[in-house]
Ligand binder design. Structure first.
Ligand SMILES: Cc1cc2nc3c(=O)[nH]c(=O)nc-3n(C[C@H](O)[C@H](O)[C@H](O)COP(=O)(O)OP(=O)(O)OC[C@H]3O[C@@H](n4cnc5c(N)ncnc54)[C@H](O)[C@@H]3O)c2cc1C
Length: 677
């Protein structure tokens, strides 16, 4: 077709679209007569009378700062920035899903400023009391519930604390916009700095006088923080550090807040003093002026559009011999004197690195607990939908069956609901040990937050996928949120410590304690391994419904699993050592067992915290698959009458269902008690 013909052809098509001929116009029917297919009765979703009070249940689940959470929500619904919507006499806030990436980034900033003006971030960085920390967590949870990724923007990235990118590794704080900007991801300044940094930087950051970001990851090194290639040297003549990106793989990558808004960053870099490499250290580096102009010798590029979390402006940064004052070294673990001497009380580089990264747990704590809130959103949506949607009649001319009355639908959603309920208590426990942290509890917080972050975020993604499918085609609509939540929160399994790498850290810590206790012939202490001091639990061959539901049985089986994995790992490595094949096989085994052991630890932690929270937990894992299925269906039918009240408070009444059971039922790989050493 000649180009002029093509133009004519296109013009005709456009013309037809814009001015449709009469014959192509869709005319709605003049009147819609009543017909059976229109006798749809909307579901009655008023809160049902149930055997428990949903307000009390919410208090139990949220556990703290209930009024603060409601106060924050009220602030949000008073501003159009949060897109409030009235539906059925209730106000909801949700993101505007039609915004471009640029619009999402800008509105996030304006939301943060709006909340800042109303005192939401008061004391965010300057008040480290237990109450203040719990308030922060509550705000994060509340924000996440209502804003999807935009809230991540609000909640995790903007404030300079250790939460947005905190990967532990591996560790940098995970990222929401608030966390990035206000927290410098995970309170890096609080944790890595000393008084001189606290006095100078915390208040101004809290007031958004400067906006921080957290530059740990590089193009070439993510989980492996020790391998980063940015290099910093010290010039005693000027009293300045000089930061350099020596090669392309050393460019900082994924830095939340860097692409547009951040004025300062914390750069993680190798420190070289007089030619000697002293390992990874952190420095405060100004990158932009308050008008947004990037400083000389710094180059910044945008990471571009992502599958989710587009309210966060992730960027790449290169440093070309950038000079900063000596005082900008965050010196909690090591310092450099004006004449260029490297000073640290910790001589061993491995220990120094561990001490350096140890405080970066807040991001993981925050991610673990918010993941549970996201699961709650998905479940509330899917279960409410299943109480309104009908499909197929069992007998002709009878009403169609509610989705939630199908046993298969119950089997899909209720175990996830029950697990989410149980995991809430694990999350609450994690928060409480975190806010009460002392140097002695650092190790258990590291292990617990790693195991729970991985387990809860994996659970969240699995839950959202099931909820999406349970809503059928409606699950695909962005405004129904579930699909969008999948995209926004998928990254939780990667940042703040990749889940698989975190599980390796958990198993490494458990094995370390196991080997030390065995070598020194001492009792197990810490890391919740004290059960190993007792004789191995014996699982009875005949399991009944009541024994399955007893908390004794459930704890026994979890203890047994952990004991079995530890014993097996050590025995197998020893056997390979004998055969002179130690290293490679230990490496392979370590990797294969690491995740199992990490999961075993996290499941045990969830169960124990659940039991502690609920006096009479029952139900449990089954070895016999047929009996297991029967038991699960029984439990589902017990849960069914309460389903709506449950999602209204995100809980289940009493304690008749132990969610963890379902994992066990599905996994037929459990060794019999006879096989356990
Ligand atoms: C949206 C987003 C925001 C981010 N924000 C920030 C930020 O603000 N600041 C910042 O510094 N970083 C940030 N990051 C980076 C993030 O922390 C890293 O992506 C993460 O640590 C993983 O590193 P990586 O991408 O290099 O993956 P890799 O480390 O390359 O891992 C890739 C895969 O290999 C596996 N793997 C790696 N090592 C091992 C091993 N030893 N054994 C077995 N398997 C292994 C992992 O499990 C993973 O599946 C962000 C990332 C994203 C996506």
């Amino acid at each position: 077709m000649a180009s002029s013909d093509r133009v004519t052809f296109r013009t005709q098509i456009l013309n037809r679209h814009l001015r449709p001929s009469h014959s192509h116009t869709f005319s709605p029917p003049v009147s819609v007569s009543s017909s059976p297919c229109l006798s749809y009765i909307p579901p009655d979703l008023t809160e049902p009378a149930s055997s428990f009070d949903t307000k009390e249940m919410r208090a139990l689940l949220d556990a703290h700062n209930i009024q603060d959470r409601d106060w924050l929500f009220n602030l949000m619904i008073q501003s159009n920035l949060f897109n409030p919507k009235l539906r059925g006499h209730r106000v909801f806030v949700c993101p505007d899903y039609n915004q471009s990436m640029e619009q999402q980034r800008e509105i996030n900033m304006r939301r943060i400023e709006y909340l800042l003006d109303r005192g939401v971030f008061k004391g965010w960085l300057t008040d480290s009391s237990e109450e203040s920390e719990l308030r922060k967590v509550a705000f994060n949870e509340r924000g996440v519930v209502h804003l999807d990724g935009a809230c991540v923007g609000f909640s995790l990235n903007l404030l300079v604390s250790p939460c947005d990118g905190l990967k532990i590794r591996s560790s940098y704080p995970h990222s929401s916009k608030r966390q990035v900007l206000l927290d410098f991801r995970g309170g890096a300044i609080q944790f890595f700095g000393t008084k001189r940094h606290h006095d100078k930087w915390l208040k101004v950051t809290e007031d958004l006088g400067i906006k921080g970001c957290f530059s740990m990851t590089e193009l070439g090194h993510g989980s492996n923080v020790r391998g980063i290639e940015t290099v910093t040297t010290y010039d005693p003549h000027t009293g300045e550090f000089v930061i350099n990106t020596p090669c392309e793989s050393a460019q900082k990558y994924w830095i939340g807040g860097a692409a547009k808004h951040a004025t300062h960053t914390i750069v993680f870099s190798q420190l070289k003093i007089e030619g000697k490499d002293q390992g990874v250290h952190a420095f405060i580096v100004p990158i932009r002026d308050s008008d947004g102009n990037v400083y000389p010798n710094i180059r910044i590029a945008d990471c571009g559009h992502k599958i989710g979390l587009n309210g966060v402006d992730n960027g790449r940064i290169w440093f070309d011999n950038v000079h900063i004052p000596r005082e900008n070294l965050l010196n909690s673990v090591a310092d450099v004197s004006p004449d260029g001497q490297y000073l640290s009380a910790i001589k061993d580089p491995d220990q120094r690195f561990a001490a350096f990264l140890a405080p970066l747990t807040s991001g993981r704590v925050m991610i673990a607990v918010t993941a549970i809130y996201i699961s709650k959103i998905g479940l509330a949506i899917a279960i409410r939908y299943a109480l309104s949607r009908r499909a197929f009649s069992l007998t002709p001319n009878e009403p169609e069956v509610l989705l939630l009355d199908y046993p298969s639908h119950q089997r899909r959603l209720f175990p996830l609901l029950a697990k989410t309920y149980a995991m809430t208590f694990a999350g609450n426990h994690l928060k409480s040990v975190y806010v009460k942290r002392t140097p002695e509890t650092n190790k258990i917080i590291h292990v617990l937050s790693s195991g729970l972050k991985a387990t809860l975020t994996w659970h969240n993604m699995r839950t959202l996928q099931e909820c999406r499918e349970a809503c059928g085609g409606q699950g695909l609509k962005t405004e129904n949120r579930v699909g969008n939540l999948k995209a926004e929160f998928d990254v939780q399994s990667t940042f703040e410590g990749d889940n698989n790498v975190l599980m390796q850290q958990v198993s490494k810590a458990l094995l370390g304690e196991y080997l030390a206790a065995r070598k020194q012939s001492r009792a197990f202490k810490g890391l919740w391994l004290e059960h190993m001091n007792e004789p191995s639990p014996v699982i009875l061959p005949q399991l009944t419904s009541s024994s399955l539901r007893s908390s004794q049985f459930q704890t026994d089986i979890f203890f047994l699993r952990e004991r079995d994995l530890l014993n097996r790992f050590v025995a197998e490595v020893a056997a390979h050592q004998k055969q002179g094949r130690s290293k490679e096989h230990a490496f392979v085994l370590g990797h294969l067992l690491a995740e199992d052991l990490g999961r075993a630890f996290a499941d045990k932690a969830i169960l124990l915290t659940f039991i502690e929270a609920e006096a009479n937990v029952s139900t449990g894992p089954l070895k016999n698959a047929a009996a297991a299925r029967e038991e699960v269906m029984k439990l589902c039918s017990e849960l069914r009458p309460h389903a709506l009240a449950l999602v209204s408070s995100f809980g289940i009444p009493g304690a008749f269902l132990s969610p963890i059971a379902f994992d066990w039922i599905e996994a037929n790989s459990w060794p019999s008690s006879q096989q356990v050493p």
